[in-house]
Design a protein around this ligand. Structure first.
Ligand SMILES: Nc1ncnc2c1ncn2[C@@H]1O[C@H](COP(=O)(O)OP(=O)(O)OP(=O)(O)O)[C@@H](O)[C@H]1O
Length: 252
Protein backbone atom coordinates (compact mmCIF):
# COMPACT_ATOMS: atom_id res chain seq x y z
CA UNK A 1 0.00 0.00 0.00
CA UNK A 2 1.13 3.57 -0.66
CA UNK A 3 2.22 5.36 2.53
CA UNK A 4 0.06 8.35 3.46
CA UNK A 5 3.09 10.05 4.96
CA UNK A 6 6.71 9.67 3.99
CA UNK A 7 9.78 11.23 5.56
CA UNK A 8 13.01 11.01 3.60
CA UNK A 9 16.35 11.81 5.26
CA UNK A 10 14.76 14.48 7.45
CA UNK A 11 17.16 16.45 9.63
CA UNK A 12 16.07 19.20 11.99
CA UNK A 13 18.31 21.91 13.39
CA UNK A 14 17.94 24.45 16.18
CA UNK A 15 20.54 27.00 15.12
CA UNK A 16 23.75 25.02 14.53
CA UNK A 17 22.59 22.08 16.71
CA UNK A 18 21.15 19.09 14.87
CA UNK A 19 18.33 17.55 16.95
CA UNK A 20 17.10 14.99 14.36
CA UNK A 21 19.52 13.14 12.06
CA UNK A 22 18.45 12.01 8.59
CA UNK A 23 15.29 10.19 9.64
CA UNK A 24 13.42 8.22 6.99
CA UNK A 25 10.03 6.79 7.89
CA UNK A 26 6.91 5.65 6.00
CA UNK A 27 3.48 5.67 7.61
CA UNK A 28 0.57 3.62 6.26
CA UNK A 29 -2.96 5.06 6.29
CA UNK A 30 -5.37 4.18 9.11
CA UNK A 31 -2.68 3.07 11.52
CA UNK A 32 -1.50 4.20 14.93
CA UNK A 33 2.26 4.82 15.08
CA UNK A 34 4.11 5.32 18.36
CA UNK A 35 7.32 7.35 18.65
CA UNK A 36 9.30 6.28 21.70
CA UNK A 37 12.72 7.03 23.15
CA UNK A 38 14.40 8.73 26.11
CA UNK A 39 13.90 12.40 26.93
CA UNK A 40 15.58 14.76 24.47
CA UNK A 41 15.99 12.17 21.69
CA UNK A 42 14.05 14.25 19.15
CA UNK A 43 10.54 12.70 19.14
CA UNK A 44 8.68 15.98 19.58
CA UNK A 45 11.04 17.78 17.22
CA UNK A 46 10.32 15.20 14.52
CA UNK A 47 6.55 15.28 15.16
CA UNK A 48 6.45 19.06 14.86
CA UNK A 49 8.21 18.95 11.50
CA UNK A 50 5.30 16.94 10.10
CA UNK A 51 2.87 19.84 10.29
CA UNK A 52 5.41 22.59 9.75
CA UNK A 53 5.34 23.84 13.31
CA UNK A 54 9.06 24.69 13.08
CA UNK A 55 8.17 27.42 10.59
CA UNK A 56 7.31 29.48 13.67
CA UNK A 57 10.33 28.44 15.82
CA UNK A 58 13.10 31.05 15.45
CA UNK A 59 16.35 29.45 14.27
CA UNK A 60 14.78 26.07 13.44
CA UNK A 61 15.45 24.47 10.06
CA UNK A 62 14.11 21.30 8.45
CA UNK A 63 15.97 19.56 5.61
CA UNK A 64 15.09 16.44 3.62
CA UNK A 65 11.61 15.73 2.32
CA UNK A 66 8.21 15.05 3.91
CA UNK A 67 5.32 14.08 1.67
CA UNK A 68 1.62 13.73 2.42
CA UNK A 69 -0.19 11.63 -0.21
CA UNK A 70 2.92 12.03 -2.36
CA UNK A 71 2.90 15.84 -2.14
CA UNK A 72 5.93 17.66 -0.68
CA UNK A 73 4.53 19.62 2.28
CA UNK A 74 7.57 21.95 2.29
CA UNK A 75 7.26 22.85 -1.40
CA UNK A 76 7.33 26.61 -1.95
CA UNK A 77 3.76 26.79 -3.25
CA UNK A 78 2.32 24.96 -0.21
CA UNK A 79 0.59 27.08 2.45
CA UNK A 80 1.60 25.90 5.96
CA UNK A 81 -1.88 26.74 7.27
CA UNK A 82 -3.39 24.35 4.72
CA UNK A 83 -0.87 21.69 5.84
CA UNK A 84 -1.99 22.12 9.47
CA UNK A 85 -5.62 21.64 8.43
CA UNK A 86 -4.72 18.27 6.89
CA UNK A 87 -2.32 17.34 9.69
CA UNK A 88 -3.84 18.23 13.06
CA UNK A 89 -2.12 18.24 16.44
CA UNK A 90 -3.05 17.48 20.03
CA UNK A 91 -0.62 18.60 22.74
CA UNK A 92 0.52 17.23 26.07
CA UNK A 93 -1.52 19.68 28.12
CA UNK A 94 -5.17 20.13 27.11
CA UNK A 95 -5.35 23.61 25.57
CA UNK A 96 -8.97 24.48 24.75
CA UNK A 97 -9.51 28.14 23.87
CA UNK A 98 -10.28 29.38 27.39
CA UNK A 99 -12.73 32.14 26.51
CA UNK A 100 -14.83 29.92 24.22
CA UNK A 101 -17.67 27.52 24.89
CA UNK A 102 -17.46 23.80 24.22
CA UNK A 103 -19.34 24.31 20.93
CA UNK A 104 -17.23 27.26 19.80
CA UNK A 105 -14.00 25.39 20.47
CA UNK A 106 -15.03 22.59 18.13
CA UNK A 107 -16.42 25.00 15.51
CA UNK A 108 -13.41 27.32 15.60
CA UNK A 109 -11.40 25.72 12.76
CA UNK A 110 -14.36 25.63 10.38
CA UNK A 111 -15.32 29.21 11.22
CA UNK A 112 -11.74 30.30 10.53
CA UNK A 113 -12.01 28.77 7.10
CA UNK A 114 -15.20 30.77 6.48
CA UNK A 115 -18.01 28.32 7.32
CA UNK A 116 -21.03 30.17 8.72
CA UNK A 117 -23.97 27.84 8.01
CA UNK A 118 -25.38 27.06 11.46
CA UNK A 119 -26.98 23.71 10.73
CA UNK A 120 -23.79 22.52 9.01
CA UNK A 121 -21.70 23.67 12.00
CA UNK A 122 -24.15 21.94 14.40
CA UNK A 123 -23.78 18.75 12.45
CA UNK A 124 -19.96 18.84 12.40
CA UNK A 125 -19.74 19.78 16.09
CA UNK A 126 -21.92 16.81 17.02
CA UNK A 127 -20.04 14.44 14.72
CA UNK A 128 -16.64 15.54 16.05
CA UNK A 129 -17.71 15.30 19.70
CA UNK A 130 -19.10 11.82 19.04
CA UNK A 131 -15.83 10.79 17.34
CA UNK A 132 -13.95 12.02 20.40
CA UNK A 133 -16.32 10.05 22.70
CA UNK A 134 -17.39 13.25 24.43
CA UNK A 135 -20.86 13.97 23.02
CA UNK A 136 -22.91 12.26 25.73
CA UNK A 137 -21.06 14.12 28.46
CA UNK A 138 -21.37 17.60 26.94
CA UNK A 139 -24.50 17.59 24.75
CA UNK A 140 -26.44 19.50 27.43
CA UNK A 141 -23.69 22.04 28.06
CA UNK A 142 -22.48 22.99 24.61
CA UNK A 143 -22.72 26.68 25.44
CA UNK A 144 -20.85 26.32 28.75
CA UNK A 145 -17.20 27.42 28.96
CA UNK A 146 -14.73 24.73 27.87
CA UNK A 147 -12.65 25.45 30.96
CA UNK A 148 -15.43 23.98 33.11
CA UNK A 149 -14.70 20.49 31.79
CA UNK A 150 -12.40 18.03 33.57
CA UNK A 151 -8.83 17.61 32.28
CA UNK A 152 -9.70 14.38 30.48
CA UNK A 153 -12.81 15.96 28.93
CA UNK A 154 -10.76 18.99 27.86
CA UNK A 155 -8.28 16.70 26.11
CA UNK A 156 -11.10 14.90 24.29
CA UNK A 157 -12.48 18.34 23.39
CA UNK A 158 -9.09 19.20 21.86
CA UNK A 159 -9.26 15.95 19.89
CA UNK A 160 -12.78 16.89 18.70
CA UNK A 161 -11.53 20.35 17.74
CA UNK A 162 -8.71 18.79 15.71
CA UNK A 163 -11.09 16.32 14.04
CA UNK A 164 -13.69 18.93 13.04
CA UNK A 165 -11.67 20.03 10.00
CA UNK A 166 -11.33 16.39 8.89
CA UNK A 167 -7.55 16.02 9.00
CA UNK A 168 -5.88 13.06 7.34
CA UNK A 169 -3.22 12.81 10.06
CA UNK A 170 -3.48 13.45 13.78
CA UNK A 171 -0.23 14.14 15.64
CA UNK A 172 -0.44 13.55 19.38
CA UNK A 173 2.40 14.69 21.64
CA UNK A 174 2.13 12.76 24.91
CA UNK A 175 -1.63 13.37 24.95
CA UNK A 176 -2.29 11.52 28.19
CA UNK A 177 0.71 12.46 30.30
CA UNK A 178 -1.27 15.14 32.17
CA UNK A 179 -4.29 12.87 32.73
CA UNK A 180 -5.42 10.40 35.39
CA UNK A 181 -5.51 6.67 34.60
CA UNK A 182 -9.25 6.57 33.82
CA UNK A 183 -9.00 9.48 31.34
CA UNK A 184 -5.87 7.94 29.86
CA UNK A 185 -7.66 4.67 29.28
CA UNK A 186 -10.61 6.46 27.58
CA UNK A 187 -8.22 8.17 25.16
CA UNK A 188 -6.34 4.93 24.48
CA UNK A 189 -9.66 3.20 23.66
CA UNK A 190 -10.57 6.10 21.44
CA UNK A 191 -7.47 5.70 19.27
CA UNK A 192 -8.58 2.28 18.10
CA UNK A 193 -11.82 3.69 16.68
CA UNK A 194 -10.32 6.95 15.45
CA UNK A 195 -7.84 5.21 13.19
CA UNK A 196 -10.70 4.20 10.91
CA UNK A 197 -10.95 7.89 9.97
CA UNK A 198 -7.48 9.27 10.54
CA UNK A 199 -3.83 8.15 10.67
CA UNK A 200 -2.26 8.73 14.07
CA UNK A 201 1.31 9.45 15.21
CA UNK A 202 1.66 9.49 18.97
CA UNK A 203 4.69 10.43 21.05
CA UNK A 204 4.64 8.60 24.35
CA UNK A 205 6.95 7.98 27.29
CA UNK A 206 4.75 5.17 28.41
CA UNK A 207 5.87 1.93 26.82
CA UNK A 208 2.82 -0.01 27.95
CA UNK A 209 0.77 2.62 26.18
CA UNK A 210 2.80 2.29 22.99
CA UNK A 211 2.42 -1.49 23.15
CA UNK A 212 -1.36 -1.22 23.78
CA UNK A 213 -2.36 1.33 21.19
CA UNK A 214 0.05 1.27 18.27
CA UNK A 215 0.43 -0.80 15.12
CA UNK A 216 4.00 0.34 14.48
CA UNK A 217 6.65 1.78 16.78
CA UNK A 218 9.66 3.96 16.02
CA UNK A 219 12.49 4.08 18.53
CA UNK A 220 14.52 7.31 18.59
CA UNK A 221 17.87 7.81 20.31
CA UNK A 222 20.04 10.96 20.20
CA UNK A 223 18.18 12.25 17.15
CA UNK A 224 18.52 8.98 15.21
CA UNK A 225 15.68 6.67 14.28
CA UNK A 226 17.27 3.46 15.54
CA UNK A 227 14.52 1.08 14.57
CA UNK A 228 11.00 1.13 13.23
CA UNK A 229 8.61 -1.76 12.77
CA UNK A 230 5.51 -3.64 13.82
CA UNK A 231 4.94 -2.86 17.51
CA UNK A 232 4.89 -6.50 18.62
CA UNK A 233 8.29 -7.05 16.96
CA UNK A 234 9.84 -3.92 18.47
CA UNK A 235 8.76 -4.97 21.96
CA UNK A 236 9.44 -8.70 21.78
CA UNK A 237 12.04 -9.20 19.09
CA UNK A 238 13.88 -5.97 18.25
CA UNK A 239 16.79 -6.20 15.85
CA UNK A 240 18.95 -3.48 17.42
CA UNK A 241 20.39 -4.07 20.87
CA UNK A 242 19.82 -0.42 21.84
CA UNK A 243 16.09 -0.90 21.19
CA UNK A 244 16.11 -4.02 23.31
CA UNK A 245 17.92 -2.22 26.14
CA UNK A 246 15.34 0.57 26.04
CA UNK A 247 12.16 -1.49 25.80
CA UNK A 248 13.33 -3.77 28.60
CA UNK A 249 13.90 -0.72 30.80
CA UNK A 250 17.71 -0.90 30.97
CA UNK A 251 17.93 2.83 30.30
CA UNK A 252 15.54 5.63 29.68
N1 LIG B 1 13.15 25.30 20.59
C1 LIG B 1 14.31 24.65 20.81
N2 LIG B 1 15.49 25.31 20.73
C2 LIG B 1 16.67 24.67 20.91
N3 LIG B 1 16.78 23.36 21.20
C3 LIG B 1 15.64 22.65 21.30
C4 LIG B 1 14.35 23.25 21.12
N4 LIG B 1 13.40 22.30 21.29
C5 LIG B 1 14.07 21.15 21.56
N5 LIG B 1 15.40 21.36 21.56
C6 LIG B 1 16.46 20.35 21.79
O1 LIG B 1 16.34 19.34 20.77
C7 LIG B 1 16.57 18.05 21.32
C8 LIG B 1 15.36 17.17 21.07
O2 LIG B 1 14.26 17.65 21.85
P1 LIG B 1 12.80 17.03 21.76
O3 LIG B 1 11.90 17.91 22.58
O4 LIG B 1 12.45 16.81 20.36
O5 LIG B 1 12.99 15.63 22.47
P2 LIG B 1 11.91 14.59 22.95
O6 LIG B 1 12.43 13.27 22.56
O7 LIG B 1 10.56 14.98 22.48
O8 LIG B 1 12.03 14.78 24.52
P3 LIG B 1 10.90 14.66 25.66
O9 LIG B 1 10.54 13.23 25.66
O10 LIG B 1 11.63 15.09 26.90
O11 LIG B 1 9.78 15.57 25.27
C9 LIG B 1 16.88 18.27 22.81
O12 LIG B 1 18.28 18.30 22.96
C10 LIG B 1 16.28 19.62 23.11
O13 LIG B 1 16.95 20.25 24.15
Amino acid sequence: MQPILNAETVSIYYGPKRAVNEVSLSIQPNTVNALIGPSGCGKTTFLRAINRMHDVTPGAKVTGKITLDGQDIYASEIDPVAVRRRIGMVFQKPNPFPTMSVYDNVASGLRLSGVTNKSYLDQIVERSLRQAALWDEVKDRLKAPATGLSGGQQQRLCIARALAVEPEILLMDEPTSALDPASTSRIEDLLATLKKDVTILIVTHNMQQAARVSDTTSFFLNGDLVENGVTADIFTNPTDERTEAYVTGRFG
